[in-house]
Design a protein around this ligand. Structure first.
Ligand code: DON
Length: 570
């Protein structure tokens, strides 16, 4: 039985949780310490990272431990059956690791179209035909291989314990399962674990996932080959095949994470590093801050209409250019093209109007122009030596494609929907994408994930968010709150946010993001406003110039931020 309840164990875990949960996510101030900091979407995962820091691990050890723990306690997004991106700054050196899923070898350009050429959304969203080849098992291992200090088995151990000995179901997890009940109920293998007895696990109950515990134990002993080869890989192929998928053992064995050149840019006196293609995240962050600096955004009143207008006009153009982006092998524009000085100058010329530009009138970058540009999770970790790690990882939709592989214990992603199934048509996030991001065997689907690291002199921060297409704009706002307006990281995260992505041509607005006067002025300028209850869930850590480490979790979610204090007497 996948779920067991024991009041004794529950009491123990609750005590542990109270001791371990260092701060309420709605805190007005970041938590501060000196020995390291972790901010993630779940208290038990934050605690896994803190445990590894206390054991002498560095930021990478702690980030990998947190990410693997999220695969147990935050299964709607944390994962081994999905993929992600990591940005690290270790000993002053910035690196970016792409462990994004790849299309299986049998994938083809029109696989999500029906006989009349119409996209069948369900096929790229539900069941294993929607799954890309998972990148997390090899990606997290690779990150640890290059930078970790502790033994691999020690880093995986907290997750093994959580899956094997049990973890407390949080109210958020219960809510997420309730919301996804229809999806999870479609696959008996998934329902057996996540709808035991036909019902979502109750908040406060203790859950174990024995198959996942065994998978994690094998992963702890042998590394990714335990999952990408042998019996577990065969189980993945069999489960995929049973439900119409095309994933094979050969796909799993062939998958490799890739160290890529980071996108690095200057922004308001800081240097920022984020993901290059196949994520659009770094490019959109760079285009946003670059344009804002050129139009002297800092000088406009902080909460006034002019700042919001310029922000939206910058995003409108960055997302228009996103249509050209895709896997590095097929992209029709690169970071160098879109962060090019001449293209910035052209765009700045377009930003002189105080009126909203209709999105339909915004043309995207062309080579000629330069001769005159649902459920994810982010964790940020710092260690006491000032190293930082920023990881965003995802299954795409909440609980991915819904299929949990029996005997393996984890869910497969539905990342294939991030490809343009039918170029020019909107996807799950309303994003319109181009031919550069069409499905092709082995290609990596374009992402918006924007794990980022920013630094100046001896200050460093790491940040990022879930939120599909809103990830770059949400991340940009928190970054700007700190580097332009001097917010501390908790205030920067707490502030209401807005979003615009070119199409649909509207500004999504969180409650209280605009005063009534600012909203009226924006509408007068031609902007369309649309209420949105929440945008993103940003987790941030920062190393200040006096060596203090801070962590802030987003009050929009029940995430948790914690720090390691020096041992008493040290
Ligand atoms: O890679 C991407 O951009 C999307 N698959 C991310 C999905 C996501 O953020 C859903 N979370 N809320």
């Amino acid at each position: 039985m996948a779920q067991s309840r024991s009041s004794c164990r529950l009491a123990f875990l609750l005590i542990l949780l109270v001791v371990a949960a260092p701060v309420s996510a709605a805190s007005p101030d970041p938590v501060r310490g000196t020995g390291g900091a972790v901010a993630s979407a779940a208290p038990a995962a934050t605690e896994a990272g803190l445990e590894i820091l206390r054991a002498g691990g560095n930021a990478v050890d702690a980030a990998v431990a947190t990410a693997i723990a999220l695969a147990v306690v935050h299964p709607q997004a944390g994962n081994l059956g999905g993929g992600g991106f990591a940005v690290t700054r270790m000993g002053g050196k910035v690196s970016t690791l792409d462990f994004r899923e790849a299309a299986p070898a049998a994938a083809d350009h029109d696989m999500y179209l029906d006989a009349s050429g119409e996209p069948v959304a369900e096929n790229s969203l539900v069941g294993p035909l929607a799954a890309g080849v998972p990148g997390s098992p090899a990606g997290l291992w690779e990150l640890h291989q290059r930078y970790g200090l502790l033994d691999w088995a020690q880093v995986v151990a907290p997750a093994v314990r959580l899956a094997g000995d049990g973890f407390v179901v949080t109210p958020r997890l219960e809510r997420s399962v309730v919301k996804a009940e229809k999806l999870l109920g479609r696959f008996p293998e998934t329902a057996a674990v996540w709808l035991p007895g036909g019902n979502p696990p109750a908040a406060g109950s203790v859950m174990t996932i024995p198959d996942l515990a065994a998978t994690l134990l094998a992963y702890a002993k042998k590394g990714p080959e335990a999952i990408t080869g042998g019996a577990l890989a065969t189980a993945i192929e069999t489960a995929s095949d049973r439900h119409g998928g095309i994933l094979t053992v050969a796909d799993l064995e062939a998958y490799r994470p890739v160290w890529r050149e980071p996108v690095i840019f200057e922004a308001f006196g800081w240097r920022v590093a984020s993901m290059p293609l196949p994520s659009s995240g770094g490019i959109i962050l760079g285009q946003t801050t670059g344009l804002l600096e050129l139009v002297k955004w800092r000088q406009a009143p902080r909460f006034g209409a002019e700042r919001a207008h310029l922000l939206v006009e910058a995003w409108r153009r960055a997302y228009a250019d996103r249509v050209l982006l895709g896997d590095p092998t097929t992209t029709r524009a690169t970071a160098a093209d879109l962060l090019d000085e001449e293209w910035f100058n052209f765009r700045v010329g377009e930003l002189v109007s105080p009126r909203a530009t209709p999105s339909a009138d915004v043309r995207n970058w062309t080579p000629a122009a330069t001769s005159e540009s649902t459920e994810t999770t982010h964790l940020s970790v710092a260690d006491g030596a000032g190293n930082v790690v920023s990881i965003t990882t995802t299954l795409n939709g909440s609980f991915g494609c819904g299929l949990l592989v029996p005997g393996v214990g984890f869910l497969l992603n539905n990342e294939m929907d991030d490809f343009a199934a039918a170029p020019g048509r909107p996807n799950l996030y309303g994003l319109i994408q181009g031919e550069a991001n069409a499905v092709g065997p082995g290609k990596r689907m374009l992402s918006s994930m924007s794990p980022a690291v920013a630094w100046r002199e001896n200050e460093t921060m790491a940040l990022g968010s879930p939120g599909g297409s809103t990830i770059p704009t949400v991340t940009a706002q928190v970054l700007l709150n700190v580097i332009v307006d001097g917010d501390d990281i908790q205030a920067a995260v707490n502030r209401p946010r807005i979003h615009h992505q070119w199409m649909p041509d509207q500004i999504a607005v969180e409650p209280d993001a605009f005063s009534p006067e600012t909203a009226t002025e924006l509408e007068r300028r031609g902007h369309k406003l649309k209420d949105r209850s929440r945008l993103g869930e940003v987790n941030v850590v920062r190393v200040t110039s006096d060596g203090i480490v801070e962590a802030a979790a987003d009050p929009r979610g029940p995430g948790s931020a914690g720090v390691v204090q020096p041992a008493p007497g040290s």
